[in-house]
Ligand binder design. Structure first.
Ligand code: FES
Length: 320
């Protein structure tokens, strides 16, 4: 179980970038330098209403940053985290903010192809700015949004290596011409909503796995899918998990205590043992091998009608 160190930071600036996206700059109230971070990192912010939400840091970072900048897109039909940030936070508000965590690091490569969908630009912006500040030329960006009005940082991406595409004007961009030829000298980084990630994953199936990096934004808010049954291995209890409820919430409803912290799939506190069945992992904390025997209850969902779970600790084999 991992715990993130928590800072109390003050909002020193807030401003709308688009009608739905607001930028928040967070600083230490005493002006102290903040923990280091690198492009791709995120922080977990506790909103005034008590939601814990993961937001990418949009600046390139470094050893002693003076501020963390995050951008929050308002989701009126979400679970309340973004509306609390928009409605309850203003300049001067103090927020609890985790130290940065990076599960989407920028790895060395001769060239890069960045694909950002909507608010998925946030970690990609940090990466592109870092590379361009270093004078690197091989950093191509495809930035896909609905309209110019809803394109944060639009004015920053008008160079020869930038393609900004608005679907309202021209429909969906065909990504195949960019991905048809695998290239071991290129790393693909993609961040955006689930349909974009699925499309890029399908179109890079013939690429070397190590060259393709994906991050789905708003993992916890990506929408729940089908109902399923979770069988609690210690006593065989059957927990019905409806479409609108997380596995974590359903377990608690039925009296099974599970610890949690971020409730956004980033800290691992609510990890359980996965003893049977198939799961769509929506967290950004478990490694590939950990996903064979673990499930993060706050965000992940079963893809089989039933799964068997238990407290984190014993291996899958111990319960079979
Ligand atoms: S509570 Fe943090 S990953 Fe579930």
């Amino acid at each position: 179980m991992r715990s993130l160190s928590v800072l109390r930071l003050r909002v020193s600036e807030s401003a709308d970038l688009t009608p739905t996206v607001r930028r928040f700059v967070l600083r230490d109230p005493a002006g102290l330098a903040l923990p280091a971070y690198e492009p791709g990192a995120h922080v977990v912010v506790t909103t005034p209403a008590g939601h814990k939400r993961s937001y990418s840091l949009v600046d390139p970072g470094g050893a002693r940053p003076r501020e963390y900048t995050v951008c929050v897109r308002r989701e009126n039909d979400g679970r309340g985290g973004s509306t609390s940030m928009h409605d309850d936070v203003t300049t001067g508000t103090e927020l609890l903010v985790s130290a940065p965590v990076n599960r989407f690091p920028l790895l060395p490569s001769p060239e890069y192809l960045f694909i950002a969908g909507g608010i998925g630009i946030t970690p990609i912006r940090a990466m592109v700015h870092r590379l361009r500040a270093e004078g690197r030329t091989g950093a191509r960006l495809l930035y896909l949004t609905q309209s110019a009005e809803e394109t944060p940082f639009l004015q920053e991406f008008d160079g020869p290596q930038d393609t900004v595409h608005h679907s309202d004007d021209r429909g969906l961009l065909d990504l195949w011409p960019y991905l048809a030829e695998p290239d071991d000298d290129v790393r693909v980084y993609c961040c955006g909503p689930a349909p974009l990630l699925r499309a890029v994953r399908a179109m890079t199936a013939h690429w070397r796995v190590s060259r393709v990096h994906m991050e789905q934004f708003a993992a916890a808010g990506s929408g729940f899918s089908l109902p399923f049954t979770a069988i609690w291995a210690p006593d065989g209890r059957r927990v019905e998990v409806p479409a609108h409820l997380s596995l974590l919430a359903a377990l608690r409803r039925d009296g099974i205590a599970v610890e949690s912290s971020c409730e956004a799939g980033v800290c691992g506190t609510c990890r359980l043992a996965l003893l049977g069945g198939e799961v769509e992992h929506r967290d950004s904390v478990l490694t590939g091998s950990e996903r064979l025997s673990g499930v993060v209850a706050c965000v992940s969902r079963a893809t089989s009608p039933e799964i068997v779970i238990g407290p984190h600790g014993p291996s899958r084999r111990d319960f079979s």
